[in-house]
Design a protein around this ligand. Structure first.
Ligand SMILES: [Zn+2]
Length: 219
């Protein structure tokens, strides 16, 4: 949308206006169960075009969505935007080995649900399997990261970061009486490290490969 008045112009759905069957509730995910609660309009100067600012209430969970929609100036088309949008299910990159995908997904879901001990263990598992798939040797997570850094597979900055990961998952997997709980911010940082590591080891090489592929095609 170049400017707000281009909504519904040249691109959109066929019809005269937004149907509630098109809306999905971001809270309970029910489709099309909405009632119009309020509508405000803004008309374009010197034109029949108008923007509709609608608030809809979900008939299932009583949550609200705001829909901005507009029909085209010449009729026959309309388009809309909805807030808040439905967030799709998290998906691991197809370029990662399946073992990594599995742990990564569970790690992210645990952080989203604030299951901190579980997340710490899962991040550790994802990291460790990733390092081992890349040929790391060593008994501890930190040794394995250092090993890959020494082999030139990981950049120095990642090695430095690894020193901060000593805590990760160890305490949660081997609990002791009176042990302190994991710090959520530490778990989030560790997850961010994991994301960077996976991008670096799997997604970037894939992108470089694709880039080279395009070069040879256009040569
Ligand atoms: Zn709902």
């Amino acid at each position: 949308m170049n400017n707000i008045w281009s909504l519904g112009e040249g691109y959109g759905q066929r019809g005269t206006g937004l149907g509630t069957y098109e809306l999905q509730c971001p809270f309970c995910l029910e489709q099309g169960n909405f009632e119009l609660e309020h509508r405000a309009e803004k008309k374009k100067p010197n034109s029949d075009k108008k923007l509709n600012f609608d608030t809809y209430k979900c008939g299932n969970c009583a949550g609200y969505v705001m829909a901005l929609w507009s029909a085209s100036e010449n009729g026959g088309l309309y388009n809309f935007r909805v807030l808040p949008g439905v967030t799709g299910k998290l998906k691991a990159s197809d370029y990662w080995p399946v073992e990594i995908q599995r742990f990564w997904l569970q790690a992210h879901e645990s952080v989203t649900n604030e299951i901190w001990d579980g997340a710490a263990v899962l991040i550790r598992s994802a990291l460790q399997i990733c390092l081992r798939l890349n040929g790391a040797t060593g008994d501890k997570l930190r040794d394995e990261i250092n090993d890959l850094a020494q082999k030139g597979i990981l950049p120095p900055l990642m090695k430095e970061w690894s020193n901060e990961l000593r805590f990760l998952g160890n305490d949660s997997a081997h609990p002791e009486v009176g042990q302190e709980s994991v710090i959520p911010a530490d778990v989030r940082d560790a997850l961010e490290f994991l994301d960077y590591l996976l991008q670096y080891l799997y997604d970037l090489p894939k992108q470089i490969n694709d880039f080279r592929g395009r070069k040879t095609v256009t040569k």
